[in-house]
Structures are given as C-alpha cells and as structure tokens.
Design a binder for this molecule. Structure first.
Ligand code: SF4
Length: 441
C-alpha cells in the first residue's frame, strides 16, 4: 500500500464574466502542468468563475495542497480576498489533516522582469526605434482599496528606469492614479511602448486598457494624440509561466514530482467525492447530472444522440463548452450539444465531469449533514463592493435568487434548503454580481 501523502497544486486567478481569456490563461497553465504530472491533483480556482476560491478545496482529496496566485500585484486579491475566502492564516495553514501552502504571486520573480524586458526589446526591434526616442508606460490594475497594489508595477518600471537608456519610463493604472490617459501628457518622446502588466489577454487587456488609451478596437499599433503607440501583449502570454509556477510552488516547500508524461489525457484531476460517485455509477450504469448523460463508456449531453465531435482532451472539451459563446457560469443550464467524450475508466468519466462542471462532484448525492453558508454570512465576509448587499431585504432576496439560480443546474441549498437534484452550499460570485446589479438598478 502506498502511504505517500497526496499532493495538490491549485492555480488561483481572477476570472471574468465577460471574457473567456482571463481564466483561459490559468486553464492553459493547468493543462500544461497536468501533462507534466508534477502533483497528484492539479486545478484552477477563481474569484469570478467556477470553481471559486471558496469551494475549490472541497474538490481536492490530497492533504498537501499548494496554492499559487497568478496575480500581477501583491495587494487586495492576494492579501485580502484569497486569504479570507480560503481561510488562510499565512504562508502555511493547517486545516484539519490538510496542510495548505500559499505561494507568493509572480510579481517580483526574475522571469516577469525578463518577459517585460522582452516586450520592450521586441517592440524596439520590430519598429526600428532608438531607445532614447521611446517612452515606456507600464500599465497595472491596482486599486485604491489597497495601497500596496501598485508596488509591483512601480517595481517593474523602476528596473527599466535604472537602465538609463529609455527616453522615459512611467506607470499608469486602470483603477488608481495616475490614470492611463495621462500617459500622453507625461511622455514627451514621439513613441510610446505600453506594456499591460496583466497575466492574461482578458477583458482588461483587450477592452478596458486599449479604450483608456484611445486605441481603435483590436489595434496594437496606432497614432494617438500625435504619438506613435505600440501596445504589447500581456505578460502571461508566454510559455515561461509554467516554469515560473513551479518555482513559486517550490519556494513554499511544495513537494512537486519530477515531470513525467501522464498515462491518460485525463490524469491529475481533483478527486474529491470521486469514490462515492463511482460507486453510484457502477450500480446505476447511467446517470444524469445537470445537462450531462453519463455512462461508464463516456459522457455526452442529455438527449443528444447526434454527437459528431469526439473529445480527445480536457482543453478541447473546455473550449467547446465554455468559449463559444462564453459561459461564465459553468453550471448554467444549456450546455452546447454535438459532442461525445469517450472514457476508458471511471476515473476518466470523473475527469470529464470535472472539466464540464468544476468542483461539482463532491456536491452530488449529499445527505442531511451537508453544510451551507447562510447568505448574511457570505455578504458580511465581503471586503469589496458586494458588501453593499448587506441591506438586501428578504423579498428581494427571494426574487433575485429565483431569477439567478433558476438558470443554474444547482439548487441554492443555502437559501431554500433543498439539496436535490444538485446542492449548492453558498451564493457564488455570479449570484453576488447579478444581485448587486439588480440592487443598483
Ligand atoms: S445555485 Fe445559484 S448560487 Fe449556486 S452556483 Fe448556481 S447560480 Fe450560483
């Protein structure tokens, strides 16, 4: 019998309700790391999307867990939101028999400096520029809620400034001062190289920052306010991310395995709740979970006998069900049809379900001991805008919950105490975000 402690690696990202790319860069890294087999269970978790920071640990069966936050600032999310949502009390947290290691975000890692430098060098080479004619703007997100959120952007700008070869190097922020539009007043040089210090080409880097810079849509080169503007890719668009994640995990003592190829494309998934699910599947032979029809031979959408696309990898399945159109709530009703994911084992069946509905398996077939978090507790825990929901009255709560959760395959057990067909233990970010929208309107 193998008594080795099982390990898990969870990459934490922001996610988005608008663009699939924000979480997409995290899922790409998860896929790469699963190919390397460096931990027994590997997954992602998000603030905006499922699985959420709050619930992802319920999907993990391993006891030695390492969290790597993929944020480009050491600030509000890494110091407040994640520790609050995941009950962390420092770099090492013991929760029952589990040890949870919380890595540093990549902001100060040497590889980030190298990527930023490569963005500058590539632009200078491509457009045959003189460094002294160039003003560099490092653009960060930051937030007024946390004074240290801006420091990583200033740190990267400082490194370029010290080289003393560029016309100027400044910072600007999406959600802090100085604002992005100010780069045109503050840079005297004829050319601006703007580098978004974000890990993904998500909605901030493809919509919000270009708009604030007055760039035409889908344009990374333009003349604006009589200046030549070169807008570089985000810094996470790079294979170096995988090595960087391994370095950060090892820095907090993660016992990563040496890379070795997986036996199946569906290896190294979270395994929480798998045993009970597999026992049920072997007994019943087929199950319907949400929109999925599941047998031991594979998974497809219910009432979809015409499936023509055969799924061969998690990335292929995720892209098909998530991106076109973008489904920010993975458990929303109405999965795209036309595909079949064959499985050669019950483990593969579970990994397919985990890809479609992340962190859901441990919430299936629950009993009366199922723990839920009352909504007032969820709202009181909030440190940002969702705190405004504290004044939501009971009638509004019913209306909002019926409307939002009515489109989801889960039952809001935290609200109506019903656990069938699929339980939900607490209000998700989709609920909080839409409830706030309705209250504000
Ligand atoms: S039931 Fe409601 S709160 Fe739970 S995941 Fe679905 S939409 Fe979110």
């Amino acid at each position: 019998m193998n008594n080795r402690q099982k390990t898990a690696l969870i990459l934490l990202g922001h996610g988005s309700h608008i663009s699939p790319n924000t979480a997409g860069v995290v899922w790409d890294a998860v896929d790469n790391l699963r190919h390397m087999g460096i931990a027994d269970e590997i997954t992602g978790a998000f603030w905006k999307e499922q699985p959420h920071f709050r619930t992802v640990l319920s999907s993990i069966s391993a006891t030695d867990i390492t969290l790597v936050p993929l944020f480009t600032a050491q600030g509000y999310f890494t110091q407040t939101v994640i520790p609050t949502e995941m009950n962390l009390n420092g770099q090492i947290t013991n929760q029952g028999e589990k040890i949870i290691r919380y890595a540093q975000p990549p902001v100060y890692h040497l590889k980030i400096q190298q990527i930023v430098q490569a963005r500058v060098d590539d632009a200078i080479r491509q457009y045959q520029l003189m460094p002294s004619d160039v003003g560099i703007a490092i653009i960060g997100h930051s937030t007024r809620k946390n004074a240290s959120s801006r420091q990583s952007t200033e740190y990267q700008a400082g490194i370029l400034q010290q080289k003393g070869i560029y016309g100027s190097v400044i910072t600007a922020f999406l959600d802090d001062d100085p604002p992005i539009i100010s780069i045109y007043e503050r840079i005297d040089q004829p050319t601006i190289i703007a580098i978004p210090l974000f890990l993904a080409m998500g909605s901030h880097t493809t919509i919000d920052v270009p708009e604030a810079m007055l760039l035409p849509p889908n344009c990374n080169y333009a003349y604006v306010n009589n200046k030549q503007v070169i807008y570089t890719p985000a810094i996470g668009d790079n294979n170096d991310l995988t090595d960087l994640i391994c370095d950060l995990a090892r820095d907090v003592g993660a016992p990563l395995y040496n890379p070795h190829p997986p036996k199946s494309a569906w290896d190294y998934f979270p395994r929480g709740g798998w045993e009970a699910f597999q026992t049920r599947l072997m007994h019943d032979k087929s199950l319907i979970i949400g929109d999925l029809f599941i047998t031991i031979d594979g998974v497809r959408v219910v009432d979809d006998d015409q499936a023509t696309t055969i799924i061969t990898s998690p990335a292929m399945l995720r892209k098909l069900i998530r991106e076109n159109p973008f489904r920010p709530l993975m458990t929303a009703k109405g999965l795209p049809k036309g595909w079949f994911a064959p499985a050669s084992s019950v483990d593969e069946v579970c990994a397919i379900i985990e890809t479609v509905y992340p962190a859901l398996i441990s919430h299936l077939f629950v009993d009366e001991n199922y723990q839920t978090t009352p909504i007032n507790q969820t709202i009181r825990r909030q440190t940002g805008i969702y705190r405004q929901l504290v004044n939501l009255d009971t009638t509004m709560m019913h209306i909002i919950t019926d409307e939002i959760c009515g489109d989801c395959i889960r039952q809001p057990t935290w609200h109506n105490h019903r656990a069938s067909p699929i339980a939900c233990d607490e209000a998700c970010n989709w609920w909080l975000s839409h409830a706030l929208e309705k209250v504000e309107n």
